[in-house]
Write a protein that binds this ligand. Sequence first.
Ligand SMILES: Cc1ncc(COP(=O)(O)O)c(C=O)c1O
Length: 449
Amino acid sequence: MSNTQLIAGINTAGSAKLFEAACRTIPGGVNSTARATWSGWTPYPLFVKDGKGSHLTDVDGNEYIDYLLGLGPMIFGHRPPRVTQAVVDFIQQRGTVFALPTADEARLAEKIIAAVPSVDQVRLCNTGTEAVLYATRLARAFTKRSKIIRFEGMYHGFSDGVYWSKHPAIDKAGPDKHPIAVAQGPGMPKGVEENLIILPWNDADVLADTIKREGDNIAAVLTEPVMCNTGCILPKPGYLETMRELTSKHGIVLLFDEVITGFRLGLAGAQGRLGIKPDLSVFAKGIGGGFPVAAMGGRADIMALVATGKVSVAGTYTANGIAVAAANAALDELNTPGLYQKLDAVSDELRAGLGKVLRDAGLPAYVVGVGPLMQVWFAKDEIHNYRDAERHADQHMFRTWWEGMLSKGVLFHPGAYENLFVSTAHTHADVAATLAAAKQVAAELARSV
Ligand SMILES: Cc1ncc(COP(=O)(O)O)c(C=O)c1O
């Protein structure tokens, strides 16, 4: 078998063949950047046969314990019976798109509002990108200000207004304390970045100085409450509290992007777990059990602009039958007593276990995360923001780790800036198998450094 038909020593000839064919008709052979070769899936991504619960099988018949989980939405694992059945029932018995409301939408809104105390009212969207786009527009309309603070290393979807400074080359991105906006690529309209202020995350002084200087022009501070798009980085103690205080004092909308953390770190998301009440929030991956649905919600006085039609929030497919049926069923399931405790217990076992395995092997590595969300940093120093990660994280070692784990049947994204996700379908046995694999891979890695 040629090298091009192997990834991490595994036969992936079927994926290789499908990728070659896909590249003839699909630019890059995939339908999203995170699946592309330039995101780490070299020489090609694995092509999926199917997933079931915590496991995924590729077209070559290789089976993996899946911590990629669709990059987050599969909170119940693959093919969750209750959510899947609810969608099948809805589309078979009622339809999909009506351009008229259904009673199911208000039921869903009630569940979201009951789960997240900062949300008085909520509008559905299809994706996280849309939800962020609407929420930033709403914040600008509400405050009658134009600028948005956005943090280097975060990702808030791919719309022109925010697809800046995700992972810029730091030698081209200005000083550490005052980064300049770097477009994700060509094609962004000129001048959009004038409405963005890019800051390093986890630096309360820089945030305070910026708000002091420019507060009257700032509509919103847009942040993930836990940084999930440069690996996993936790907020420093007091940082989000300071952010809350400063934004309240200056009439700035605090906008939490809980696309990843929402309904994953608990029913009330990261904000519930960390005890911070934002003004607006966006949710996506956690609420649909794997079906495309997102939501934007928050303070009634801000959402009132949507109620009057002053700020138009539209969409042919918003609140379509699939989305609403899936989210209603997902939220019912997430409300199962003890569900998050169990999910946390399995996740904590994995996080603690991985940390121990890496430590015992003497590797310069540690695990950062909260609940069913985590990443391994191969680094000697602490990482509190994007530039720390660029400077301290050993991407090469991460790649070797990824290959080793894949070769032993454990799947996660090959990029060090992504995360491992745990679902309610993952078992203690999955964790034990993962840790056994990790022990071997860590020993091999230790020998090689
Ligand atoms: C924090 C965050 N915000 C927004 C988005 C965009 O969501 P979507 O891919 O549903 O458009 C993502 C996607 O990964 C995300 O991680």
